[in-house]
Design a protein around this ligand. Sequence first.
Ligand code: 6CS
Ligand code: FE
Length: 310
Amino acid sequence: MTTTPVRTEHAERTDPYPTRGPREVTTARQDPVVWPASGTPGRSGAPGPVSRADLAGFERDGFLTVDRLIGPDEVALYRAELERLVSDPGVRADERSVIEPTSQDVRSVFEVHRISEIFAGLVRDERVVGRARQILGSDVYVHQSRINVKPGFGASGFYWHSDFETWHAEDGLPNMRTVSVSIALTENYDTNGGLMIMPGSHRSFLGCAGETPRDNYKQSLKMQDAGTPSHEALTRMADEHGIRLFTGRAGSATWFDCNCMHGSGDNITPYPRSNVFIVFNSVENAAVEPFAAPAPRPEFIGARDFTPVR
Ligand code: 6CS
Ligand code: FE
């Protein structure tokens, strides 16, 4: 007797946050911002280094700032490691490095938590991973890490976007249970291309119009196109939420929810705005198939190793 293999269709799954279809569509957030500790429903926020007032601020605004997350000696250590990495020809030639289109300077290096033991140590630091576990209410793994050099004299910024929109569409993160920290390694002035966030924008999801091209990351990490909001949407959101520019000395940090609408301007000053950027995802929100892309992005951009940070 012969049997024919039964073709199982790709199980239809509902997408809570539709994006990259024919038109822009706004969906209310369906996830908590500060998650209850796994197994203790209701109580928001596991114990940890973030004060209750700061947790409340994070819930409301989508971000919180720490004036001095790391001290001057640590800043010097991470600055030196950043300089070592960006001046290493092997790193520069590696696909993990993004080169500035005009100046040919290194713009970013991805997956520094894997290629650098020094940055791996920063990820495991309780002042860092402890805050992520507290906000996400669970163990966490690193979905992405990068150093952004943002040299002076013309480094280009990042246009307005929601990180979650990309991480959902292209990396397959199902829910908004992901938090980023940007740790300043140089002074963030109000003139050298600082991070801007629309406070409160994390509470609604803007699904963008336009399909994801194949191998989109090869272009999007230089200048994002797919996943870019319309002028109308940005005007509406800026009118509703305002725009907050983050400044701070080296060693300060901004923690922000994965769905904040944010961006940064060019840096034409002589002063670099370098930072290390770490994205923690809950182990209960591990990446699945992309929700709106032909294939997942490479692992150095969207991790597929979900081992919790210890
Ligand atoms: O596509 C990404 O994953 C990266 N792009 C930007 C502009 N922010 C988030 C992330 O590093
Ligand atoms: Fe971003």
